[in-house]
Design a protein around this ligand. Structure first.
Ligand SMILES: Nc1ncnc2c1ncn2[C@@H]1O[C@H](COP(=O)(O)OP(=O)(O)OP(=O)(O)O)[C@@H](O)[C@H]1O
Ligand SMILES: [Mg+2]
Length: 451
């Protein structure tokens, strides 16, 4: 009888050989600003950004810019690459230029965003770091202007996904935080008494919400030149990925993998971030399985994970009104499960739009928020279905009683959707504590709708 070998200890396993398909994983990390030789097919946009920033190297103030287009189309990448080069040339010519980036999605308020700008400038320039707490927002602006004035001839500030920086506003009559940020940061241009200046690069997926959200005083001072970025097709995505092959060791990418990743990503939103994430995740799977090369099967395995993250990202990015619409729909799926299963006219896991909208109204009422029409709710849900956050099916009620939409959750279950939306939102977190009330509203409305 052969003696069974002792299982390896944790230390032995950790200390054992490690084989990775990656040679330079950093190349396919989402936030890496790659060099220009890896940027594919954005010549026109790069050219416009270059021409806008170039005056900074000739003692002139650059115009502000607005880079608009869907997710993952290279806005942040192109802005970052050109801004870094501008800094580099500035340094050679003794012109002090600094580039920083702040993302609206990760910031809850004007104060936080402005603090981060001041903080990043302090860190980059090796200055004393001033505290965030106990100081007013206006003194944070003063700090930014002081730094720019004393140390720089230009600060290029990318306000990434700026339309998401709305602050606490819950009705369309309140000015969103981004409008104030833009107004205050353009102060140097209005007053014109500073040695240094600030050039803003705003990026957005939703130029309409951004421009509509500016109050009149901001609209008259923020006049950016607009540069537009489109979705990529499968061919362009293949090219983008091809330029990053050296992220992998030789022979670890089976034939057809890059094309498959590109095709899957082009089918969705034509988003290069999705494509790069999918390729990286496929590599992670191969490493975890201790296999040698990435095959099409690994891509399929990675796909659902990446899709989940993608949907989560979309949910975090859409407007508050869309989030509440989605939250209401998810709560109907959760609390209405029994009735949806039992009522012959209804279908399991499918939320009828009418009941979703009723719950939307209840939530808006509870939170004293602005109530929008059913038409808006239906439109937002349709939009969310194009991002595959939900699936939208139209069907008739029978007896010529008209049509309605039914919503399902293909990638992320309703519980996760609720968690994502309520996380960090105190008001909505409190509302969903009322489980019994929500359940009774949902059940009675589903019953009524089905009768
Ligand atoms: N034309 C391109 N060539 C090479 N890589 C690209 C190109 N466009 C995008 N990428 C890569 O895709 C990813 C997403 O790009 P980026 O972050 O610039 O998108 P974005 O337009 O800013 O998206 P979002 O609106 O979501 O912020 C990055 O990793 C970037 O390097
Ligand atoms: Mg971006």
């Amino acid at each position: 009888m052969t003696k069974q070998s002792e299982p390896l200890s944790i230390s032995e396993q950790l200390a054992g050989d490690y084989q990775s398909v990656f040679r330079n994983k950093n190349l396919i990390e989402p936030e890496t600003i790659v060099n220009e030789d890896r940027i594919v097919g954005r010549d026109e946009q790069l050219h416009l950004i270059i021409n806008t920033l170039k005056p900074a190297l000739h003692n002139e103030h650059p115009e502000d810019m607005l880079l608009r287009g869907p997710s993952g189309t290279g806005k942040t990448l192109c802005a970052g690459t050109v801004a870094n080069k501008t800094m580099e040339i500035g340094r050679q010519r003794d012109i002090q230029i600094e580039y920083i980036e702040v993302n609206g999605k990760h910031k809850k308020s004007e104060h936080e965003a402005v603090h981060q700008i001041a903080h990043s400038l302090e860190v980059n320039l090796d200055l004393e770091q001033t505290s965030k707490r106990g100081v007013s927002t206006s003194s944070r602006y003063d700090r930014i202007f002081e730094i720019v004035n004393d140390h720089l001839s230009l600060a290029i500030i990318t306000l990434d996904e700026l339309d998401l920086l709305v602050g606490d506003t819950r009705s369309k009559d309140e000015t969103p935080a981004f409008s104030d940020v833009l107004y205050n940061l353009t102060r140097s241009k209005r007053i014109g008494d500073m040695d240094g200046t600030i050039s803003l690069i705003a990026t957005t997926n939703s130029p309409k919400s951004l421009m509509d959200g500016l109050n009149s005083r901001t609209a008259s001072t923020f006049n950016p030149s607009e540069i537009s970025f489109d979705d990529y097709n499968a061919y362009e995505l293949t090219e983008i990925l091809d330029h990053r092959r050296d992220a992998f060791r030789d022979g670890t990418l089976e034939e057809g993998v890059i094309e498959l990743v590109a095709a899957v990503s082009a089918q969705g939103e034509g988003d290069a971030r999705f494509a790069i994430d999918l390729l990286r995740e496929s590599g992670n799977i191969v490493n975890r399985l201790e296999e040698d090369a990435i095959s099409e099967q690994h891509v399929e395995q990675a796909r659902s994970e990446v899709e989940k993250n993608y949907v989560q990202d979309i949910i975090q990015k859409v407007s508050h009104q869309k989030q509440v619409s989605l939250l209401s729909t998810a709560l109907v799926a959760i609390h209405g499960g029994r009735v949806l299963d039992q009522e012959p006219m209804l279908r399991s896991n499918r939320v009828p739009s009418n009941v979703g909208y009723t719950l939307y109204r209840w939530i808006q009422d509870q939170t004293s928020s602005e109530m929008r029409s059913k038409h808006s709710y239906l439109r937002w849900m349709r939009e969310l279905s194009t991002y595959e956050v939900i699936e939208n099916n139209r069907r008739g009620r029978g007896n010529e009683q008209g049509m309605f939409s039914e919503y399902t959750f293909p990638h992320l279950d309703p519980e996760s959707v609720v968690r994502i939306i309520t996380k960090g939102d105190k008001v909505l977190s409190e509302v969903i504590q009322e489980g019994d009330i929500i359940k009774s509203i949902v059940e009675s409305n589903l019953n009524e709708f089905a009768s």
